[in-house]
Design a protein around this ligand. Structure first.
Ligand code: BG6
Ligand code: MG
Length: 219
C-alpha cells in the first residue's frame, strides 16, 4: 500500500513545462541561431537549468564560454519568470486540487519532487503551498533527474521507504529517476513518450486512489 505520493511540479501540477519550452525556444531563436522542436523538448523535461542549456548547445553544435552560458541561463530564467508571474490558482491543471484533497483524506503523505528553483514561488502563486508535507526542489538537491536524489530526499523527509512511494511525472527523466529510487510511477502525458511508466494518464482528472492502488500494488 502506498504511504506517500510524490509529485513533480512542471507539467504535472501546472502547465509550466510549456513555459520552459517557450523560454528555451526564445533563447535558441534569438541568441543561438537555431530552433528547437517540441520533440527535442521532451529530452529537456525534468532536467536542470544548466544541464538543459548544455543539451540545447550540443543539439545546435554551439560552443560557449562559461560566462556566456551563465548569462544565457539567467536570461532564459528572466523570460521564464515573466511567464510564471501571470499565473493564478485557475492555472492548476485539471483534477489536481481534488486529487490532493483525496490523497490527504486517505492519510497518504504528499511531497513535491522538482528540480526547479522556481517551485516555491509557483506554488505560492497558485495557492497550494500548504498542500505539501514536504517540498524538495532545486535548491535542496545537487543532482537533477534522472538521478533519484530528489525523490529519495522526499521519501526520507516524509519518513517512508521508497517502495511505499508513488511518483507522478510528465518527464522521461523523471520516470527514470523514480524507478532508480525504487518507486512506482504514474506518467502524466502520452504512453508513446512515457514508455517506462507503470501507468500513464492524460491528467489527474477524476483519478480514484483505490483504482490506482489496484493497478500499481496488486500482485
Ligand atoms: C524542471 C523542468 O521541473 O525544472 C525543467 O521540467 C527545468 O524544464 C527544471 O529546466 C529547472 O527549473 P528552473 O525553474 O530551476 O530553471
Ligand atoms: Mg515535469
Amino acid at each position: 500500500q502506498p504511504k506517500a505520493f510524490l509529485f513533480d511540479l512542471d507539467g504535472v501540477i501546472v502547465d509550466t513545462a510549456h513555459f520552459h519550452y517557450q523560454a528555451w525556444r526564445r533563447l535558441a531563436n534569438e541568441k543561438l541561431g537555431f530552433d528547437i522542436s517540441e520533440e527535442f523538448n521532451e529530452s529537456l523535461k525534468g532536467v536542470s537549468r544548466t544541464e538543459s542549456l548544455e543539451r540545447i548547445l550540443a543539439h545546435g553544435n554551439v560552443t560557449l564560454d562559461a560566462a556566456t552560458k551563465d548569462a544565457y541561463a539567467t536570461l532564459k530564467n528572466d523570460w521564464y519568470t515573466e511567464l510564471i508571474h501571470k499565473m493564478v490558482p485557475d492555472d492548476i491543471l485539471p483534477g489536481v486540487s481534488e486529487f490532493l484533497e483525496k490523497t490527504r483524506l486517505a492519510g497518504i503523505k504528499i511531497g513535491l519532487g522538482s528540480v526547479s528553483k522556481n517551485a516555491i514561488p509557483i506554488l505560492e502563486r497558485i495557492g497550494i503551498l500548504n498542500a505539501f508535507d514536504t517540498i524538495i526542489d532545486g535548491t535542496k538537491i545537487t543532482k537533477g533527474k534522472p538521478d533519484p536524489e530528489v525523490f529519495l530526499k522526499g521519501a526520507e523527509a516524509l519518513g517512508v521507504v521508497p517502495e511505499e512511494c508513488v511518483v507522478f511525472e510528465d518527464a522521461v527523466a523523471g520516470i527514470e529517476a523514480a524507478h532508480r529510487a525504487g518507486m512506482k510511477t504514474v506518467g502524466i502525458g502520452l504512453p508513446s513518450i512515457l514508455t517506462k511508466a507503470d501507468v500513464v494518464l492524460a491528467n489527474l482528472n477524476n483519478l480514484q486512489i483505490a483504482e490506482l492502488q489496484n493497478s500499481l500494488f496488486s500482485e
